[in-house]
Structures are given as C-alpha cells and as structure tokens.
Design a protein around this ligand. Structure first.
Ligand code: FAD
Length: 211
C-alpha cells in the first residue's frame, strides 16, 4: 500500500474567534433590554451570565450573531464535508482538488469497515486501484479531471467560520443521535473547542433552546 495514508480522526483547531465573545453577546442583549447605550457599560461576569440566560430563555437569537468562530478542520472525508457545507450560514474554504494534486491520497475508513476483515480487505484493495488509476490519469489528463475517480472516502481539509447562532443550530442537528457518525464526531470536536472560550453560550444544556 505504498503512499496510501491511513485514516485519521477529525482534527479541529479553533483558529480564531471574536475577542471576549460572551461579553459581546451580553452587551447586545443589554442594548435590547435597557435604557441608554452600551458604550462604556461595565458588565460583571454575573451580568454576562444572566444576560446570556435571558437571551436564551426569550429565544432572542440575533444577539448570538455578533460573534464569530473560525475552525481549521482536517481528517474528515469528502462525504462528511459534503454534509457540512449544506449549512448555509457558515463560510467555507476547502482544499481544492483542481489545484492540489493528491500524492497517494489519504482517506477515511469507517470503523465498521476497519473492524470487519473482509470489508477492510475489499475497501483497501479498491483504494489501491483508485490510487493507481488516479496517478496514471494525472499523467494523461488535467488533475481537475483525474480527480473524478477519487471516492467519497478521500480526506479533505477545510476552514469554516460561523457565528454562535449558526454554530448552535449546526450543533443541535449534528450532535443528535440520528446524525451520521463522522459529522457527529466533527460536531463534538467543534463543541469542545468553543465551550472552552464561551462556556456560558456553548453548554450542552443550551442546545435545546436553538432552532
Ligand atoms: C440527520 C440528517 C439527515 C439528512 N439527510 C439528508 C438527505 O437525505 N438529503 C439531503 O439533501 N439533505 C439531508 N440532510 C441535510 C438537511 O436537509 C439540511 O440541508 C442541513 O442539515 C442543513 O440544515 P439547515 O438548512 O437547517 O441549516 P442552515 O443552512 O445552516 O440554515 C440555518 C437555518 O436558516 C434557515 N434557512 C436557511 N436558508 C433558508 C431558506 N432558503 N429558506 C428558509 N429558511 C432558511 C432555516 O431555519 C435553517 O434551519 C440531512 C440532515 C440531517 C441532520
């Protein structure tokens, strides 16, 4: 299996986010509910927590749109990224298969296949054949056409940005037990990252408030 890299689990890094995201959300909520402006208003950590809870209880979701989170994601399949990019309020930049030539293309192997000997042997044999065909085609036609033989299992890398409202909507759909295992693993990793920087917003118990 020369050059064929074995699958990895999704790797998610929170590249950047709006500074002090909870304060911004709480400030927007305060603007909505109190007389006067918000410039120079000093909110305590308790105020912030209370204002976020109020926004959630009132389903005042627009206040969550003022803060953005950007993720670098690797080790997901093209099958998973296709599901991911259906979320229209995210911004995405995905590694191009037109301009980036695969060298022994990496791929994701579902656990069910990894744990069944015959399934794994079928799967790996097919990946090897595809790899051979892709390499040969790449010498004969442009890479953008050779890529037509690459499978859904092909690993991809993607940068994704969303505001907290869209992120919570995504998490609600994709952490649910009915979601497919790979995008659920991706959603779990994303949730773990954002809950470190905005724990009062990204709480498991808060997901139910969102639509
Ligand atoms: C378990 C599961 C199975 C699925 N199976 C399939 C399948 O078999 N085939 C398939 O094609 N897709 C399938 N999907 C994808 C699904 O239909 C959605 O495209 C995807 O989940 C994105 O959700 P969304 O549209 O709510 O999200 P987003 O695009 O993130 O939009 C967020 C919200 O904005 C609002 N919104 C956005 N655009 C519009 C609009 N044009 N009009 C009105 N309101 C809008 C909606 O309230 C929407 O919920 C599946 C999803 C899940 C979770």
């Amino acid at each position: 299996m020369e050059n064929i890299e074995r699958a990895r689990k999704p790797e998610v890094v929170l590249l950047s986010h709006t500074p002090d995201p909870e304060r911004i959300v709480a400030t927007a909520m305060r603007q909505s509910r109190f007389k006067g402006g918000v410039v120079g208003v000093k909110l305590t950590r308790d105020d912030i927590k209370r204002l976020i809870e109020l926004a959630l209880n009132l389903k005042h979701f627009s206040v969550f749109e003022h803060v953005n989170f950007t993720f670098a994601i690797e080790g997901i399949s093209r099958s998973c990224s296709h599901q991911f990019v259906r979320h229209r309020f995210f911004s995405f930049t995905q590694q191009s298969q037109r301009y980036v030539k695969e060298h022994g293309f990496p791929f994701v192997i579902p656990l069910t296949i990894q744990s069944e000997e015959r399934a794994l042997s079928l799967f790996l044999k097919l990946m090897e054949d595809i790899d051979d065909a892709y390499k040969e085609l790449s010498q004969l036609v442009p890479v953008e056409d050779a890529r037509f033989v690459l499978p859904n299992a092909t690993e991809t890398k993607i940068v994704a940005t969303a505001n907290a409202r869209e992120l919570m909507h995504f998490l609600k759909l994709r952490l649910a037990p009915v979601a497919q295992w790979e995008i659920r693993a991706l959603a779990e990793s994303m949730f773990n990252e954002v809950s470190k920087v905005a724990p009062n917003i990204f709480k498991e118990n808060n997901i139910k408030f969102f639509e």
